[in-house]
Every structure is written in C-alpha cells, then in structure tokens.
Design a protein around this ligand. Structure first.
Ligand SMILES: [Zn+2]
Length: 413
C-alpha cells in the first residue's frame, strides 16, 4: 500500500471521527437542556417551543450522522474502491479526444453523485422538514427545481469545465494561474448575474410595497449613506417557512432581499434592526474580505493541484491507474476536504467575529432591543436551539450562540 493511501485513510478517519463525536456531543447537550428554557429566554419562549427546537436539532443531527457515513462510503468507493477508474476506462473505450473524454467523465461523475443525493434530499424535505412543519414545497416544485438546477448547471458548468481542462492541457506550467484568473473572473461575473438572471428562475422577486416597513428601510439607508438597487421581497414561502434576509450583488447593483416569511413574522422596527445588522456587514467590508480569502484559497488549491497532477503516486494511491488532467481535478475535489477540514472552524470563528461587528453597527444605527426581539423571534420560528454544545458551536457555527449574542447586543446598546 502506498504511503499516501495510508495518509488519506488516516485523515478520513480523523475528520469523520471528529464530526461524529461533535454531533453526538451536540445531541447529548441539547437533550440534557431540553427540560427547561434558559432563564434569559423564559419570558419569551415557551417550554413547548424550546422542546420542539431540541427535537428538531437532534433529528437533523442524527440524519446528518447517517449522511456523513453514507458520503464517506461513497468517497471510498469512488477512489480506493475503483469507481473513478471504472468510469474512466468506460469513457476511454470510446476513444474520443482527451478534452471530450474529460468533460464526459466529469459530467457522468456529477450526474451519478446528484442521483445518489436525491433520496437524502427528499427525506430531508418531505420527512424531517415536514414533520416539524417547515416544509411548504411539493413533489412538483421539488422536481421542477431539480430540473432547472440541472439545466443551469450544464449551461454554466460545461463551458467552465472545458475551459479549465483546456488550460490544464495546453497552457503550460503556468496553467494554474490562468485557471485561477478565469475562475475568479467567473465568480465576479456570477455575483452580478445571480440576482438579475439566476435567482428569478427559482423565485419571484417583487419590490417591497409602500408602507411602514419601506419607510423605515429608506430612512435607515439614507442615515447610513447606503446605495442600493432596490428592496425586494422573495416568495421563500413557496418552499419553506424558514425566514431570512440577504444582500446580493456589489457596487451600485446591491439588492436587499427579504423572504416574505421574514416580513410576516417581524414588526417593522425589527425588520429595520435586521437590515441595520446586514448593513453592518457591508460597512465592515465583510463580503469583500470573504472574497479575498476565498480567492487566496482557490489560488493555493490550484498551485497544489498543479504539483499533484504531475505525481504518478497521486493517482495510483487513490485507486486510479491512468493519469490525466481530469482525473487529477476530480481526485483533488474529492480528497481535499479530508485535508482542509481544520480550516472550517477557523472560518467559523472569523464569521462569528463579523457577526459581533455587524451587531455593534446595528446597535449604533438602530435599536439593539428590537434586534434582540427579532433574533428571539427567528430562533423561535426556525426552531433553532438556544442551548448548543459549546464545542460543537465553536467548531461549526457561523453565528454566535443566541445567549452570547444577545448579551453582546445588550452591552453594545
Ligand atoms: Zn450577520
């Protein structure tokens, strides 16, 4: 057995083991705190709501562990199990050009992976979300979404895969720099195109109607000197009763989007406070910082791939006999998560720091009490647990736990 095979297996065992352990810790912690609403929420959240959140968290957790086990088995089958080698020799037998063979292998791999994901996705939407009363989707909407998504993925994915494979084949030793530049250009293009052309394929966007909410938002935008391309309401209720708000685009094309489900459950003052928090992210340039970090990681990733691609052992140690650009790309995408696992908690920590900064901004520009009420209301509506395991939360959560976040907001206000 090649030493890299051993290293890969050890990394898989370590990362999967840690994820299992954290998930079990979370389940245990939430169960232990199920019996009583934490004191600071006692007047806002009923015991019944608290227990629903605990049950929802635990149900999602155990299904998550099942999914983790399944995806680990699939990963091993693709690599050491010979799945990729089989797919490769099958497509190679048609003796097409290297580029065409590569595109077909990658597409076939993506197709098989998506098909394998369908049962878990159906179970998640129509069993788990349904059981807790969040699902608003129908089988019809679900499959139409899937078809639209597949068409879109093909329309965007094929040219992109062709470009990257072509650069890998023919652009010489510096191909990874060109590929990185192309991918970066593409993601900037997407930031512009997504809200305008892609999101409307899946949802309806209507300008927010005149009224107290719009007045409050307009005043807040003026007060904070923020330009936007409009405030929109999205029909999130078509699929789920989970609520959200977000910004898309950049420069002058920034759009503010509220899910209809969010507007339904928050008062105008709470909506203003939520928006002030989102504006805080922009004022602190969190989106831009995030982009710079992800571009840097992509660049490092491509540089590593450029080196690995030339190592014969990279293929043979992972169950692939014949080296090729597309196999290098596929293996890299499949295997790298096992080696970059520990970047996750660092990013979570960084994200929580940003949340505190955005909250401080919201407390200055709006009413921290209203933001607290909005948060509690969202936790209640989304059945988010108020008592996560501290270690689990530190590892995964992009947002600070409710009690810590609210304590910080009280101080900031
Ligand atoms: Zn935030």
């Amino acid at each position: 057995m090649h030493i890299f095979t051993v290293i890969f297996l050890i990394m898989v065992v370590i990362t999967v083991g840690i994820q299992f352990w954290l998930s079990l810790r979370q389940a245990k912690y939430v169960a232990e705190h199920r019996g009583e609403v934490p004191k600071e929420f006692a007047d806002k959240i009923t015991l019944e709501e608290h227990q629903k959140a605990a049950d929802y968290t635990r149900t999602k957790g155990s299904f998550g562990r099942f999914g983790l086990l399944l995806s680990t088995i699939i990963l091993i089958l693709w690599t050491l199990g010979g799945g990729l080698a089989w797919l490769d020799s099958l497509v190679r037998s048609y003796e097409l050009s290297t580029l065409t063979t590569g595109v077909i292998v990658i597409l076939a791999f993506s197709l098989i992976s998506s098909l394998l994901d369908i049962p878990t996705s159906i179970y998640n939407t129509f069993v788990i979300e349904e059981k807790f009363g969040f699902n608003k989707s129908t089988i019809g909407v679900f499959f139409i979404d899937m078809i639209k998504g597949a068409v879109l993925a093909l329309a965007i994915g094929i040219p992109l895969i062709m470009l990257v494979l072509w650069l890998m084949e023919s652009a010489g030793d510096q191909w990874w720099l060109y590929a990185w530049a192309a991918l970066t250009g593409f993601s900037i293009l997407m930031m512009w195109a997504y809200p305008k052309f892609i999101a409307p394929i899946f949802n309806k966007f209507k300008p927010l109607e005149e009224g107290e909410v719009l007045d409050k938002i307009t005043t807040l935008l003026k007060r904070t000197g923020f330009n936007s391309d409009g405030v929109f309401v999205m029909d999130g209720s078509k699929r789920s009763s989970h609520g959200n708000a977000y910004f898309t685009g950049f420069g002058k094309t920034k759009r503010i989007v509220f899910f209809d489900t969010l507007l339904k459950h928050l008062t105008p003052k709470q909506v203003e406070a939520v928006l002030a928090h989102e504006l805080g992210h922009f004022k602190h340039k969190h989106v831009l910082k995030g982009m710079v970090v992800s571009m840097t990681m992509t660049l490092i990733g491509f540089a590593v791939l450029a080196w690995l691609m030339k190592q014969e052992w990279f293929y043979s140690a992972l169950g692939v006999q014949q080296s090729s650009t597309y196999m290098a790309l596929l293996l890299f995408m499949l295997v790298s998560p096992a080696f970059t696992f520990f970047i996750g908690p660092m990013m979570s920590r960084w994200s929580r720091k940003h949340e505190f900064e955005a909250d401080t901004f919201a407390a200055q520009q709006s009413d921290s009490g209203e933001l607290i009420n909005a948060l509690v209301s969202l936790y209640k509506k989304n059945a988010g647990t108020l008592t996560p395991d501290p270690l689990y939360s530190a590892f995964y959560d992009s947002h600070p736990p409710a009690s810590i976040r609210i304590a910080h907001l009280k101080q900031a206000g």
